[in-house]
Structure formats: C-alpha cells, structure tokens
Design a protein around this ligand. Structure first.
Ligand code: ATP
Ligand code: MG
Length: 381
C-alpha cells in the first residue's frame, strides 16, 4: 500500500485532475500535477505543479523521482512517454490500456476481440480504404477521427460516399472510423474500479443525455431494464479484465431502439458521467481512483440517494463582450442542489465550467428540480 502523505502524480490539469487532487488531499496525500497550462484547474490546488508538456522528458523524470505512483486524467498522452515513465515508476493505468483507449481503431477492434459489440464500423487510414469501410455500414454515419476527439469534436455526420471523401480531406487524411449512426433509445455508462488483485467494483449505472455530442445530464438510478444494466456492468468488467487494468475505467454504451447493447467507447480514467458519485455515493469515483492506484481497499460504491447531474458549459454565461455571469442564485438557493465549479478562467462556448447535482428521495423530484435550476441559471441576456 502507498500510504499518505506520499505524493501521487497526475498527468493533466483539467477538472478531472482537480477533483482527483481534492480526493487525494482529503486522504492526506500530496499531489504533483504535470500540465503545460500555468492556470489549470488542478495545477491551482496541487501541492506541486510541473509546468511542461505531457511528453517533456525532463518533466517526466521529475515526476518519476517525486511520486510514489503516477496516474492520468485523460487519454491523449503519448503512449511511448507513458511507457518510458513506467520503466522508472509505478504508472496506473498502464500504457497498454491507454494506447488502446486513445485510438478508436484499436479500441473497437479490442472491444470486438473481447466478444462484445460496437456499432457497425469500418477503419479508414488511406483514401483507398473508404470503399471497403463503407461496405460495413449504412448511411447516415459518423466519420470520427481515430485520435484526439472529445466532447463530439473530431466527428461529422456523413450521408454518402462523397461526404465521406470530403470529410477525410477535412480531417487532413488523419486515420478515422466510419461508424453507423445508431437510433438511440438510451445512453448509459459504467464506471468501475479494478485493483491489483483483479477485483472490481462497479458504480451504479449512469443514464446520460447528450446535446450536440456533449454530455448534458446524468440520472441515477437509471430507468433502463435491470438485465441490460447488469449486462453493461458485466461487459465493463470483461474489458477491464482483458486489459488487466488497475485504476478507474469508464465504459460508454449505446442502447438502440431495438434494445441492442453496443459499446461506444472506453475511457482509461474517471468520467464526466460519474460526477454524481461526488454527492450521491459513499465513495466518489475520484476517491476510488486514489484507492486503486495506491493499493488501498475499495471504497463502498452504494448510492445514497437518487441524483441528477447537469453540466454547466461556457454557454451558460452571457454573450461577448460582457460575458455576464449565470444566475447563480438559481442553484445556490435550491435546497436540493450542490454546485461544483472548476475555477476556469474563461467561459467559452462548449467548455465544461462546472456541474451541479440535485438529490431527492424520489428521482422525478430531483430531475424536475435539476431542470428548473437549469432553466433559471442560464443567462439569456
Ligand atoms: P467524449 O469523449 O466526450 O465522450 P467523444 O468526442 O469521444 O466524446 P463520442 O462518445 O464518440 O464522442 O460521441 C459523443 C456523442 O455523440 C455520443 O455520446 C452520442 O450521443 C453521439 N454519437 C456518437 N456516435 C454515435 C453513433 N454512432 N450513433 C448515434 N449517436 C452517436
Ligand atoms: Mg463519448
């Protein structure tokens, strides 16, 4: 076991890093953040902040020397840099898991190799592969870059072969997947912790609503059929086992109108749809990450109350040039709501600035309150 006050390193200084840092510090650990942005959410509260790029060798060496274990808050770290880091230090999750999760082509092939289903897709690494890829699917589809996409960025809807060709050029011939657009009934996600002994604990299934490819709302407990929820948890555990994963893993699922359970993607880290655990579970996903990377026992994953989480994007701020604040009173005066802000300097459109949860003994009460708060908080001036 790695005991406090040891130092934990984290690569990435965004909101997931900030919430991880808070959880680690609550348990008495010190945290060292590697993040190039001088004003990052996690860097602002970490015990130490190394301001350097994620693959800066000197910075990575410094991290190795200072930290008992190193983890990550995002998947777009160069896998070779992580591998190098792994030679000198304990890195959790390990580079092989991150390498798969950061590349949609490897990821989908991996999911299918585990006997699990994805949406129909074809891989495109050169123009000559477009015709073969299109045979695997029916239009309309999504063309997604294999790497560096997040919050719906790096993907476009395409309706025919010409649009696929144009899209591939638009993405500068970067490797892509052409993915069937699924008629969605639900989107759900499973977040789990897996320890060194290969034991796992799943948090309750989160039911998610996206707007323009960005998560808007999560409700728990999910209203999806219980058997499907169990299948999703079993699938997530299978993926974690096959990766021999140590840490917190998130798996996003589609449920089609026909009731098929398909895996959308995996994230080798905590996840936006798990923020509800901060306010509604005995242990948050961030504390579980601390526990897993430090070889501590699992924290309890029970849900204490029905909960609804809503993201606050930069869009909730007023228009340029005034950029007036959202109506904070709407959330601060709600007896059911708990607000979390990430201390980001600038409220840009689509940027995740914070979130809130509403809790009530009845899920429909929590959901109605969450919606009312959202209607009133948004600055329409
Ligand atoms: P993030 O990393 O923030 O989850 P991302 O950029 O990796 O986002 P995806 O998870 O691939 O993007 O897609 C974002 C959302 O867009 C999905 O949650 C879903 O709502 C919608 N979407 C993506 N692919 C499909 C599809 N094949 N069929 C239907 N909807 C889709
Ligand atoms: Mg996603």
């Amino acid at each position: 076991m790695i005991l406090a006050p040891a130092t934990i390193g984290i690569i990435g200084g965004g909101q997931l890093g900030r919430l991880f840092t808070q959880a680690a510090q609550d348990l008495g650990y010190r945290v060292c953040v590697l993040e190039p942005d001088q004003y990052s959410p996690a860097g602002a509260i970490a015990d130490q902040h190394i301001v350097a790029s994620y693959d800066d060798e000197t910075a990575l060496k410094q991290l190795s020397v200072q930290c008992a274990v190193i983890t990550t808050e995002f998947e777009n770290i160069s896998a070779p840099a992580l591998k190098l880091l792994g030679k000198n230090s304990l890195v959790r999750p390990q580079d092989s898991a991150v390498a798969i999760a950061q590349d949609r082509i490897l990821e989908k092939a991996f999911i299918q190799s585990c006997g699990l289903r994805t949406a129909p897709y074809g891989a495109i690494t050169t123009s000559s592969e477009i015709a073969t890829a299109a045979k695997a699917i029916e239009f309309p589809c999504l063309l997604k870059t294999a790497r560096f996409g997040y919050d719906g960025k790096g993907q476009i809807t395409v309706h025919n072969m010409d649009e696929v060709r144009e899209g591939f050029v638009h993405f500068n011939h970067a490797p892509c997947v052409l993915e069937q657009r699924i008629d969605l009934e639900y989107e759900i996600s499973v977040i789990l912790g897996r320890n060194r002994q290969g034991e796992t604990r799943c948090f309750p299934v989160a039911e998610n609503t996206h707007i323009n490819g960005i998560l808007h709302k999560t409700i728990v407990p999910s209203q999806v059929d219980k058997a499907l929820q169990h299948s999703a948890q079993a699938a997530a555990i299978r993926l974690a086992d096959k990766l021999d994963y140590i840490g917190v893993l998130a798996v996003e699922f589609f449920i089609s109108k026909q009731g098929e359970l398909l895996i959308n993607e995996i994230a080798p880290r905590t996840h936006n749809s798990g923020h509800y655990t901060l306010d509604a579970c005995v242990t948050s996903q961030f504390e579980q990450q601390v526990r897993m990377v430090c070889d501590l026992p699992f924290g309890d994953v029970d849900l204490l109350s029905p909960v609804v989480m809503i993201n606050l994007l930069g869009d909730c701020w007023g228009q340029e040039p005034e950029k007036t604040q959202p109506h904070w009173d709407a959330v601060l005066s709600s007896p059911m709501a708990k607000l979390h802000l990430y201390a980001k300097q600038q409220a840009r459109q689509g940027r995740k600035m914070g979130h809130y949860c509403t809790l009530a003994t009845q899920l429909d009460v929590a959901e109605a309150e969450a919606e009312l708060v959202f209607k009133n908080i948004v600055n329409k001036d």
